[in-house]
Ligand binder design. Structure first.
Ligand code: XMP
Length: 308
């Protein structure tokens, strides 16, 4: 069985040996993997690690504040609000791969600026086993990243052999707050891949509001313990509804409430109908642009967890 109390001192020693007295940087998203990794590496090299939290404007309600509150005093932490930069490039883009490409490019630009400021020699990444097993099969555990400016960072991945449940055990052992350790995975491109069709500030706002309701109700009902991810997707389908005694024509929102062990496969569990109905009623009454809520019942495979 995996023993975090054994893993942690070994990992700290390895990171110390590897990075020595050089400066390192990590992109801290506030997800479990990068958070645990940041705290682990901080134990090894102290403030020589700078944790950069880039706000791309595609985060969920209250997320930026939550991440800042948890880490501001705990790490050599830097909050970068790049939301305008991202949204300017993403406005109106509707192709999922195009969205990901733009988000990846802007991220490199923002991150490179920060890495240069501190003269970082190492890049710490919270890669875990499913990340590389699913995508590439075998990649070397130690490799370099050449940034567009020519700057080369040595990549350090202290938790790359672990699975999510093991990372969570380490988070507990390191004293990270439960809301963070148990946080559901959230994709790097954020709400951009949960708004189907053209990305606009308005669509992001609608998706964010619906998502906040899903999270609130799922947590309040206690079924969050049985779910891997639970969120709302704003589709570009418009459907007729009736509000008061007026015809309305608004958006279709889809609820994605799924169970999984490691995101490679997933299934839609049976959940209390009262919870689903309440979410639907709240979204259609509190988000005026939405007239219809549907429940996704497709497993992975053949569907993927995210809609884009
Ligand atoms: P899919 O949709 O492929 O998702 O079944 C599997 C897991 O990966 C997350 N996901 C992403 N994470 N960048 C990320 O960092 C992405 O572009 C991305 N797409 C999907 C998804 O939330 C799920 O946990």
């Amino acid at each position: 069985m995996f023993k975090p109390e054994k893993f942690i001192p070994n990992a700290i020693k390895q990171v110390k040996d590897e990075i020595g007295d050089e400066k390192a940087i990590i992109a801290l998203s506030g997800g479990v993997d990068s958070s645990v990794c940041s705290v682990l590496v901080k134990e090894a090299i102290g403030d020589n690690l700078t944790a950069v939290f880039v706000d791309h404007g595609l985060l969920r309600e209250g997320e930026a504040e939550q991440v800042c509150n948890i880490f501001e005093d705990r790490l050599n932490f830097k909050y970068v609000d790049a939301s305008e930069e991202y949204l300017k490039e993403l406005e109106g883009v509707d192709d999922p791969e195009e969205k990901r490409k733009i988000i990846g490019r802007v991220f490199i630009e923002v991150f490179e600026r920060e890495a240069k400021k501190i003269d970082a020699k190492f890049l710490v990444q919270g890669t875990i086993a499913p990340d590389w097993i699913e995508s590439e099969g075998k990649i070397k555990s130690h490799h370099n990243l050449a940034l567009p400016s020519g700057m080369v960072l040595n990549v350090v991945e202290p938790i790359r052999e672990l699975y999510k449940d093991e990372v969570r055990l380490i988070g507990d052992e390191l004293g990270l707050p439960e809301e963070l350790v148990q946080r559901q995975p959230f994709p790097g491109p954020g709400l951009a891949v949960r708004v189907i069709g053209p990305l606009t500030e308005e669509n992001l706002r609608i998706c964010r509001k619906a998502d906040a309701i899903v999270r609130e109700e799922i947590k309040a009902s206690g079924v969050d313990k049985d779910l891997w991810q639970y969120f709302a997707v704003l589709t570009d389908t418009k459907v007729t509804g009736v509000k008061g005694d007026q015809r309305d024509f608004g958006y279709l929102v889809v609820l994605r409430l799924i169970s999984s062990i490691d995101a490679m496969t997933a299934y839609v569990p049976e959940l209390p109908w009262s919870v689903i109905r309440k979410i639907s009623q709240r979204i259609t009454s509190e988000v005026p642009e939405v007239t219809h809520v549907a429940l996704s019942i497709s497993d992975k495979p053949p569907s993927t967890i995210e809609f884009e």
